[in-house]
Design a protein around this ligand. Structure first.
Ligand SMILES: [Zn+2]
Length: 185
C-alpha cells in the first residue's frame, strides 16, 4: 500500500495510544485493517477489523497489550483466526508475546512506528523472520516514527513531573522505576 494509506492508519493507532495515556496506561495503540486488492486504494476503502490501546493496568492483565486486544476484535469481526490479507498498525514495535500472536494469526503485513531495541519482537528477537517459524509477515518500520516516539516520551515525562496517576500503594516518584521507553506496553 502507499505511504498515505499507512500514515492514515498509523494516525488512528496514535489516537488509540493517546486514549491509553489519558487512562494512565503506557501509550501504545493498534489498528488492524483488511488490505484492499488495489495497492492505490484510499483508506476509506479498507475495512477496519480491530482497534485498541494498551489496557494492562485497567484490566490487571499483563497480556492486555494493544495488539492482543485488537487481534481479539479482528478474530471476532472475521469469524476466523486466520487474518490473511490484513495490515496491523502499531505505534511501537510489538513485544515477543504480541509478535508470536501476530504470526499465529497470519497477519500479512506489520507496520510500526517506533523500534524497540531493548525487547522488540522483530528487531531484537527476530520472531517475524525466524527460519523455524512458517509464517513471515511483511514488515514496514518507521511510519510516523517521531509522533510515535513523542507520545511515549511525553507520557513518561508527564508522569515523572507528577501529572500521572498515582498507583495504589505506589509512589509516583519511583513508580516509573526505569520503565522509560517501555517495559510495558
Ligand atoms: Zn505486546
Amino acid at each position: 500500500m502507499n505511504a498515505a494509506f499507512d500514515e492514515f492508519f498509523m494516525r488512528m493507532a496514535l489516537r488509540e495510544a493517546e486514549k491509553a495515556a489519558a487512562d494512565g496506561e503506557v501509550p501504545t495503540g493498534c489498528v488492524i485493517v483488511e488490505e484492499p486488492d488495489d495497492p492505490d486504494a484510499i483508506p476509506a476503502m479498507a475495512r477496519i477489523l480491530g482497534r485498541a490501546h494498551n489496557q494492562t493496568e485497567m484490566l490487571s492483565d499483563a497480556t492486555a497489550h494493544a495488539e492482543m486486544l485488537a487481534l481479539s476484535s479482528a478474530f471476532a469481526a472475521r469469524g476466523n483466526w486466520r487474518l490473511t490479507r490484513t495490515r496491523l498498525y502499531v505505534t511501537k514495535e510489538p513485544c515477543p508475546m504480541c509478535a508470536g500472536a501476530i504470526v499465529l494469526a497470519r497477519i500479512g503485513t506489520v507496520v510500526w512506528g517506533l523500534d524497540d531495541p531493548k525487547r522488540g519482537g522483530g528487531t531484537t528477537f527476530n520472531i517475524f523472520g525466524h527460519p523455524g517459524i512458517n509464517h513471515h509477515p511483511a514488515i514496514v518500520r518507521g511510519v510516523l516514527e517521531e509522533q510515535c516516539r513523542d507520545v511515549i516520551v511525553s507520557f513518561f515525562r508527564r508522569r515523572r513531573e507528577g501529572g500521572g496517576i498515582i498507583q495504589p500503594g505506589g509512589n509516583l516518584n519511583n513508580y516509573d522505576g526505569g520503565q522509560h521507553g517501555g517495559d510495558a506496553d
